[in-house]
Design a protein around this ligand. Structure first.
Ligand code: GLV
Length: 320
């Protein structure tokens, strides 16, 4: 029997490639920039499995090119880049990489909370500008977070891990989620379930941890920003289009909210030009899971999913 063919649409860590090679013949795009569609389609036409990145769009066109693909293993926890229904209709299994990136992403969320409330990006830019400065009692005062309320929108694993970190910094926790989390989790985190409106109106920092779906598109729009306190901060490590970026620029400019820490952008990799001029915006380039250890673990998990499906077993972390 011939070995299965596995197509990887972009660079992934060697640990994942090595494991994939144990289970099939692997072809991986290693050119500059995104894989050209004609190259991708030619490779997919002979593939039994595809390993994809969050920058790939897995839609009918992708699937049409891949008649024998049994599994699409996305190397990301988010899978808004994948038309899961289209995959299901064709009997294609979809998998993602939850859990292994929880800590790394929660670390970035907490880092953004600290950066934006303590004006660290602004301070860094000052030093690098070469402008003269000296210590001053009232220089670059930020906002302390101890005793302040962190409002989490989305209370899955990453939301909970962010809550744990924030608790260690003395914050109190409120959350809004599709469903209530288990009572013991609520108790451990001292977390209070609030309506979205109440959470927005009473939180000192609002941090987004929900998936991007049609329901969460522009969840944070002008009206939501209007509900937030003028002293409040917004942190987004989820997906860019959960926030109406133009409305956010307006709120940051006008003092509608105090600041924002963003790891993701509405039209990634483009960033709203208005954000670039704002000192109260901290901007980092989608680094949520970007540690060596985490990316290795994500690639290995994707490879384990491919191996399981090709062997006729249940995937480890299916998207259901
Ligand atoms: C990163 O954004 C991911 O979804 O893994």
């Amino acid at each position: 029997m011939s070995r299965p063919r596995i197509v990887v649409t972009g660079g992934i860590p060697t640990a994942g490639l090595d494991l994939l090679r144990e289970h099939g013949d692997v072809w991986a795009w290693d050119g500059d920039g995104p894989i050209p569609t004609d190259v991708r389609d030619e490779q997919l036409s002979r593939a039994d499995a595809a390993v994809t990145l969050l920058t790939d769009r897995v839609d009918d066109a992708f699937l049409d090119a891949a008649p024998n693909v049994q599994v699409v293993a996305n190397v990301a926890v988010g899978y808004n880049n994948i038309d899961v229904d289209a995959c299901r209709k064709r009997g294609v299994t979809v998998t993602n990489t939850p859990d292994v990136l929880t800590d790394a992403t929660a670390d970035i969320a907490m880092a953004l909370v600290l950066m934006v409330t303590r004006r660290l990006g602004e301070g860094e830019r000052l030093i690098r500008s070469g402008e003269a400065w000296k210590w001053g009692m009232f220089m670059m005062l930020g906002s302390g977070i101890q005793g302040k309320r962190l409002g989490l929108i989305g209370m899955g694993a990453i939301g909970q891990a962010t809550a744990e970190r924030a608790r260690a910094f003395g914050m109190t926790i409120a959350y809004h989620n599709r469903s209530r989390v288990a009572p013991d989790v609520e108790q451990r985190l001292g977390a209070e379930l609030l309506s979205l409106d109440e959470l927005l109106a009473t939180s000192d920092v609002v941090s987004l941890h929900c998936p991007y779906t049609p329901d969460t598109h522009h969840l944070i729009d002008a009206a939501a920003l209007e509900r937030m306190r003028t002293s409040a901060y917004l942190v987004n490590t989820a997906r860019g289009p959960v926030v109406d970026e133009a409305a956010l620029v307006e709120a940051l400019r006008s003092g509608g909210i105090a600041g924002a820490g963003l790891d993701v952008f509405e039209h990634e990799p483009e960033v709203h030009p208005g954000l670039l001029d704002l000192d109260n915006a901290v901007l980092v380039p989608h680094l949520g899971s970007a540690t060596v250890e985490t990316r290795d673990a994500m690639a290995v998990l994707a490879a384990r999913n491919v191996a399981a499906v090709l062997a006729g077993d249940d995937p480890v972390t299916p998207v259901t």
